[in-house]
Write a protein that binds this ligand. Structure first.
Ligand code: URA
Length: 433
């Protein structure tokens, strides 16, 4: 088999066989296929697509390129969730202890991130001492003992994706549904859980800008999951404004703690409850969504969800005092109130723009080597649809350096106003199974 013939075939809009896809991925991992050849094939896939069989085979070949976790020694159904990423997305931090305190086993590997804020792992590391580099044996032991572990992705999980993603990032070949779906699903499948809930975000602050593209991505991922024997479902959620109130690592940990204790922003709480209901039903802890909701409410109101969060933090050597008293989490030098210059109903709060504002404060990385400042970020006091008077506080900015005029201009440009009341949109637009 020759890679040049495979590139030619995809260039001519033909289907690749399972053997050809396997040959390509093997060659990517062992280095026998050159980066320029893989780049050409990636571009041909972006332009000419892949059908469901090809996409499933690609996800499967990628999954097998490294370690595949065996969680069978953990009793019961193991559940996983994945978000395609958004601004202020701290869902894993709150949702995992919520569902784990209802009896679902959560063995979750998460990543760091380039972008507005860190990924889940960076956020967790804003808790003093919290360890995320845990061996596979200890990870499995932790889930067996306390039912919940949130750790960094092992170095040997899906090496094919690491290579392909690095090339896609520099060859304008990220935005392809078969490539995104196989990349995400290969990692979920290799992580070993029985059930997968995908939170596919749409909107200005997301990978997919429209509901219909988000639906297509969700359906493709569900087909892969089901073809490979996993109970896979998806929710399509709104990312046209930041999720919850906060953007920034320690601020998001604080908001997750509030939510686990029954407080916090409505949209974020509703996302956690809606996703939690589905996970509980997938894991057969509840028969119906109604039963699941009442289990989740009880876990929050009784304090069991909060206790589960503290138990996980203690197990992973984090400072539990910071969870009990979030004022002890990292703090920025300054907290400045930013006031509205206009009056009206907030028609739009640009998620991406605010994410970039947070990144400029130091909350996220532009390059892999950049250090994250855990303390800085934004704490929004108004959400889309709220009425705002001139001079009312829009946001508290947590920062270590004086705010410059350019930054303030960029910040204010993220808000637009309307004279008439704006309909609030539901956070979960659609559930796909
Ligand atoms: N997230 C991933 O893991 N892979 C992609 O291709 C895009 C988003």
């Amino acid at each position: 088999m020759r890679i040049v013939d495979i590139i030619e075939k995809k260039k001519d809009k033909k289907e690749l066989s399972d053997e050809e896809i396997q040959f390509w991925i093997d060659g990517v991992v062992d280095g026998s296929i050159k980066d320029y050849q893989t780049s050409a094939l990636l571009m041909a896939i972006v332009l000419n697509g892949m059908n469901d069989r090809e996409t499933t085979k690609l996800a499967h070949a990628m999954m097998k390129s490294g370690d595949v976790l065996d969680l069978s020694s953990i009793e019961g159904i193991k559940a996983d969730k994945h978000s395609t990423g958004g601004v202020g997305d701290k869902t894993t931090l709150a949702l995992s202890p919520m569902v784990a305190s209802c009896g679902v086993k959560i063995a979750k590997m998460s990543g760091r991130a380039l972008g507005h804020t860190g990924g889940t792992i960076d956020k967790l590391e804003s808790i003093q001492g919290f360890r995320t580099d845990i061996s596979q044996e200890d990870f499995i032991k932790q889930v067996r003992e306390i039912g919940l572990a949130l750790v960094g992705q092992s170095g040997h999980l899906v090496p094919a994706d690491k290579k392909l993603y690095a090339l896609r990032d520099v060859t304008a070949t990220v935005d392809s549904i078969p490539l995104i779906a196989s990349s995400i699903m290969s990692k979920k499948l290799a992580s070993g859980s029985d059930t997968i809930l995908l939170d596919v975000k749409y909107g200005e602050g997301a990978f997919m800008s429209t509901v219909s593209d988000a639906r297509k991505l969700a359906e493709t991922m569900i087909k892969i999951g089901k073809a490979l024997g996993r109970n896979t479902m998806a929710i399509i959620t709104d990312m046209n404004q930041p999720l919850g109130n906060t953007i920034g690592n320690a601020l998001e940990v604080r908001e997750a703690i509030e939510t686990v204790r029954g407080h916090g922003a409505e949209d974020f709480k509703e996302l956690c409850m809606g996703a939690g209901e589905i996970i509980l039903v997938q894991a057969k802890v509840a028969k119906t969504k109604e039963e699941a909701r009442s289990l989740l409410e009880d876990a929050i109101n009784s304090g069991r969800a909060f206790e589960k969060l503290k138990e996980m933090v203690a197990y992973q050597k984090g400072n539990v005092n910071q969870i009990e008293n979030p004022d002890l989490l990292p703090k920025a030098k300054y907290v400045s109130e930013i006031k509205s210059k206009e009056e009206g109903y907030l028609a739009d709060i640009h998620a991406l723009g605010l994410g970039l504002c947070a990144m400029k404060l130091g909350a996220g990385r532009k390059k892999k080597e950049d250090e994250i400042n855990y303390a800085v970020g934004l704490d929004l006091k108004k959400k889309r649809g709220d009425f705002v008077k001139k001079g009312e506080t829009l946001c508290l900015v947590h920062h270590d350096y004086p705010l410059e005029d350019d930054w303030l201009n960029d910040f204010y440009a993220c808000f637009s106003y309307a004279d008439k009341k704006i309909e609030k949109r539901p956070i979960i637009e659609e559930i796909i199974s």
